[in-house]
Ligand binder design. Structure first.
Ligand code: UDX
Length: 474
């Protein structure tokens, strides 16, 4: 059997798409594809999620997603179901967008059970030609291995990794930087060209590769971004020792077009549902493949990143006078970055939890992530505003760079805190403004020397004798 409708112009309404998994990736993909004119059926095993989406509620904080979702539902081109049978009968192209989290057994490897279960459930139900397109991030070789498990005649597997950023999911899906089509046949390529007709008209680069290269592009892209952030944070560590300013350093570096300023902001480092776990999983796979140096590189990217969290806790303790026990700490920001309510592997949550573990009473505020944070960490107090989080605080920590925090009035906050100490983990505040309002301002990788300059041997002795144990894994 041939793959469906490989030829012809842009959508004629006949090419029908399904999207398995309705997280950030799947929901954005389903809504954007419906907007591009396709009939789309979103599939999720969770009936509550299907009900929520069918009612036009995205259930996640993503700019523009609710509008697209409701428009798709109203047009009759977008629907959601829990039924694989219905999806198999409906779809010509099936997108797999389910999660590939880090394994719960403590190893860094990716947990592929959701991808495997999706394919194993769908495959026996397929009775017409179709293309199955993996979008989830997977170890290299996964697509080939899955294809070997056997697909019914007329079904073929392709891999088309997704590079969207949370908070920009809709914009990145509608107008990606590039589309990578990992295919095993010209017909699969032709189907993907028809799916992405709108992006191709817009001139988005379309890179056709084999399956393994497509998988690897995604892993390499995430690792490169992670490495770039860890590089600037490694420089920030040196800035702290010598009294240089990492924010200025990054700005100056970024003007070099070969370096570029994106993913070069020093601070608390990367978190979220992708970069940390993908970097670790890739490091693990590189080691398994016998690529020792790439594995070591990726592991040190991860170690530098988690080291920044420890350093932030240490900075908070320094501002508190040496010990956090019994102090009140106001925490501004819990999401792993602004513009999202996602707290997966959030540096902010990790620092706030470590500070609380050291005996501080944490009062936290985040403009979007409060509900998720409350469910994960009932030990904190939760404030309704920046001002309330700052009330009676001995130290204020800025852990996510929400614009609301930069806009906060340091004079107003100075009037409600117990002590005017602020540690800025994201270079979010204007130091001059805060200092003028009487605050003792410190930032990761910025300002004055954190330790007197001495030979390295003495520095490490001092660090070990005065360091604060944070309980964080580095
Ligand atoms: C990332 C990739 O950007 C995306 O291409 C991939 O598909 C999924 O992973 P996302 O997790 O949404 O997307 O976040 P991103 O905006 O890249 O930021 C990741 C983390 O790095 C955040 O915690 C952010 O605060 C941090 N970061 C980012 C920095 O610390 N410095 C920077 O300069 C940039």
């Amino acid at each position: 059997m041939a793959l469906p409708f490989p030829d012809g112009p842009s959508p004629d309404g006949r090419l029908r798409l399904t999207v398995f998994g309705t997280g950030y990736l799947g929901t954005a993909h389903a809504a954007c594809m419906a907007d591009a004119g396709f009939h789309v059926l979103g599939v999720d095993a969770d009936p509550a999620r299907v009900k929520e989406l069918s009612a036009g509620e995205p259930g996640i904080y993503e700019a523009g997603l609710a509008v697209l979702l409701r428009r798709g539902l109203a047009s009759g081109r977008l629907a959601f179901t829990t039924s694989y049978r219905r999806a198999a009968a409906f779809g010509d192209v099936h997108f797999i967008c389910v999660g590939t989290p880090q394994r719960a057994d403590g190893s860094a490897a990716a947990e592929l059970s959701q991808v495997e279960a999706c394919l194993d459930t769908l495959a026996p139900l397929l009775d017409k030609p179709c293309l199955i397109v993996g979008k989830s991030t997977v170890p290299v070789g996964t697509a080939a291995r899955l294809a070997r498990r056997g697909l019914p005649g007329g079904a073929e597997l392709a891999w088309n990794p997704e590079f969207l950023r949370e908070g920009h999911a809709v914009a990145d899906t509608l107008r990606p930087d590039r589309i990578v089509a990992g295919v095993a046949s010209a017909r699969a390529e032709a189907v993907l060209r028809r799916v992405y007709w709108r992006q191709l008209i817009d001139g988005v680069p379309f890179v056709v590769t084999d399956l393994a290269t497509a998988e690897l592009v995604k892993l390499a892209a995430n690792s490169f971004l992670a490495a770039k952030i860890s590089f600037v944070n490694a420089m920030a560590e040196i800035c702290e020792i010598v009294g240089a300013d990492s924010a200025m350093l990054a700005q100056a570096l970024g003007y070099d077009p070969r370096i570029g300023g994106s993913a070069l902001r020093p601070g608390l480092g990367f978190g979220g549902g992708c970069l940390p776990k993908d970097t670790r999983a890739f490091a693990g796979q590189a080691a398994e493949l016998g690529a020792a140096q790439p594995a070591a590189l990726l592991r040190s990217v991860d170690a530098i990143n988690t080291g920044r969290r420890d350093r932030m806790v240490q900075l908070a303790a320094e501002l508190a006078g040496g010990s956090l026990a019994g102090t009140r700490v106001g925490v501004l920001g819990l999401a792993f970055k602004p513009g999202t309510d996602d707290i997966r592997d959030s540096p902010a949550m990790a620092v706030a939890t470590a500070v609380s573990d050291l005996g501080a009473l944490v009062t936290a505020f985040d403009p979007a992530a409060m509900d998720r944070a409350r469910a994960q960490q009932p030990r904190f107090r939760y404030a309704r505003s920046v001002l309330e989080a700052a009330c009676d605080a001995d130290v204020l920590l800025v852990l996510t760079e929400w614009p609301q925090f930069a806009a906060a009035d340091p004079c107003q906050l100075a009037a409600v805190v117990a002590r005017r100490n602020v540690a800025d983990g994201r270079h979010a505040l204007d130091p001059a403004r805060w200092q003028a309002a009487g605050w003792r301002y410190r930032a990761l990788g910025q300002g004055r020397p954190l330790h007197p300059q001495r030979p390295a041997s003495q520095r490490s002795m001092q660090a070990s004798s005065s360091s604060v144990s944070t309980g964080l894994v580095t």
